[in-house]
Ligand binder design. Sequence first.
Ligand SMILES: Nc1ncnc2c1ncn2[C@@H]1O[C@H](COP(=O)(O)OP(=O)(O)OP(=O)(O)O)[C@@H](O)[C@H]1O
Ligand SMILES: [Mg+2]
Length: 371
Amino acid sequence: MEDRPPDESALMRGVFEASPDAIVVIDADGRIVRANAQCSAVFGHDPDDLLGEPVEILVPPRLREAHPARRGAFTGGGGARAMGLLQLAAVRADGTEFPAEISLAAVSHDGEPLTCATVRDVTARLALQQESDRVREELLATVSHELRTPLTSIIGYTELLLDLGESQVGPAARRMLAIVERNANRELRLVNDLLDLAFLDDREHMDAEPVDLVEVVRAAVDGARVGARGRGLELSSTLAAGVAPDGARALLVTGDEQRLGQVLDNLLSNAVKFTAPGGRVLVDCAPREGDLALSVSDTGTGMEAVEVPRIFDRLYRSPRAVRDQVPGAGLGLSIVDSIVRAHGGRIEVDSEPGVGTTVSVLLPARVEPVA
Ligand SMILES: Nc1ncnc2c1ncn2[C@@H]1O[C@H](COP(=O)(O)OP(=O)(O)OP(=O)(O)O)[C@@H](O)[C@H]1O
Ligand SMILES: [Mg+2]
């Protein structure tokens, strides 16, 4: 058999027509110069009917006016600009809108600058995603209820038993009950942490109210006092000492008071846990360049520089924490990270092994409307 040179253009046409996505090629004036067969399935237009039409025919009427300018932004400035995947609305021949994933590429043909748009209808995929989100939420809500209800009862009855007099619960039983209580509480915290991680990523689950960080600090420091004393640590805050910055005015951010309290509780629990007896833990809150910086410093074990970027990963615990059997699951800081992100803030960590650690949370200060 004789070797024939492959017909490249026939091959390319075949690839163009075989694509599972609709593909339209547009000239510099925004007119469609090629459209593949899939356009009839995706848009309900015969591909031949599209030739010569402005590409806006595929754009929902409400967005048509603004479209040429957006198109210019892509083709202008010398062509070949890489543009990632866009999620946009598109319209079918019958006028119905659909969510589309569109990828644009600049191509040139015989010196003419063209744009190739690949369009995929993602209606089914989005519906599937919504359905799986709903199932996940439902499952988590059920599981958490099923886990929490018996745990709360175990903790409640253990407390009742511990409240009974010496004649009914002797010292040995009391010690064992205390262990049951501690572990049940630990499990409850873990269940709550896991639930938080499942839900915290979306802002829906978060308030957007004015929150006074002075109050958040007071409450968290009060909550950590017993733990700190138990470990022989000095715990203080610049606010408790009466040196509230900014003349004792409120330090306001916009957000979810309970979640911000959780941030500080977690940072304080780490500072207390990773600081040896005799050390100090300090909480500070002060304005910093349009932000409010909420920081917790300790004179504890500190961390190596390589560890710092990993401490926000779920389940990460330093080898030292594992070796020394410091209690924890490695979830606290990933929860902190999710909450801070949802508030539009960021976290800075400054740590030196053997010296201590400062973790600062920077949150945008709330701008009060001028009266
Ligand atoms: N103040 C700190 N000083 C030294 N190491 C710290 C400090 N804060 C965090 N780390 C390190 O970062 C790791 C992750 O912290 P994270 O709060 O996420 O988990 P954890 O405290 O171990 O467990 P959990 O918070 O779930 O009870 C810790 O295990 C520890 O190795
Ligand atoms: Mg922690």
